[in-house]
Design a protein around this ligand. Sequence first.
Ligand SMILES: [Zn+2]
Length: 374
Amino acid sequence: MRFIDIYGQNEIKERLIHSVQTGRMPHALLFHGPQGTGKLALAIAYAQYISCENRGKNDSCGQCPSCIQFQKLIHPDLHFTFPVIATQHRVSIGAIKEWREFVLKSPYISYDLWSSCLSSEKTNTPPKILVSEATEIISELNKTAYESDFRTQIVCFPEKMNDECANKLLKIIEEPYPNTHFLFVSENSDQILGTILSRLQSIYVPALPPDVVTEILKKQYPTATEKVITDTVHIANGNIIKAFDVIENGEETQMFLSNFIYIMRTCYTKNILGMKKWSEEVAKWSRKQQITFLSYAQRMIRENFIFNIRQKELNYMTSDESGFSEKFSPFINERNICQFLSELELAERHIERNGQAKIILFDLALKITMLLKM
Ligand SMILES: [Zn+2]
């Protein structure tokens, strides 16, 4: 990964390059900020730049043996730590093959994307960084560097580290081994243990501006229409992961919107037969689609409430969605918003736990009928 491959974030790139050129690299850095902004990409590009054998003024060369190994994420002095599911792997190295494939596919990653990559079905054991990981890091760093003068330890999602692991790492973060640096990459830095956080120099990686997101989308999806691009940039709000998701699932989103409109109208007119038919129809979808629809419905309820209280500049909807909201939003207000969200969330949870979709959805429709009158 070279700096040139990363969209936007020029100020941060300059800061990182400057620290290498002046030989003032902090030994423990934290890249933090919202999702989908290129934090991991920046960390990898920075490590590659440091190790490059033919370093240029503004970037690594991309061609020397070190760069070639970095580009495949197989450089022996580049170590990754990331959350794993305890029942599958004891330490990250056990899932390194999956991790490399995952990051090489797109360096714009999130904890949720990585979790679903590790397990196709939602499991009850979310991926974590366990204490065995600290032992592994310490033993690995005790060996001498293999090929370069520098060793890089990238720790992804340190907010998922348990306290025992964090405490064990404190010492080496504070008094690191020579020519070894830690790069932490976090999407939720306020959940990192305070004692670790205070030992890191932090770099805030902000959301990408609309013109950069537009540029990325135009390049990645050359056949997308202007309207699709504009809508996507608006909803994504600077998060490139969200932008890819919106554009790739455009058809599904359209189907969700028409189902959302249909069920709200059916409930409003107290059309019991319509509700029954709808719940039978949606029950035929895959469980994953039903769950995604219910979380889509929660987003729509929230957006309509914001629309209703006239904070339109805070709305992130497509033009089709906001078209419906012009008329629908007055029905979502201070009296019913909380219950609306909790009923949708409850239905989502019941479906997740393999409940009977037909019954759960019909029951939900009846509750919506009452909520719309509040
Ligand atoms: Zn190079």
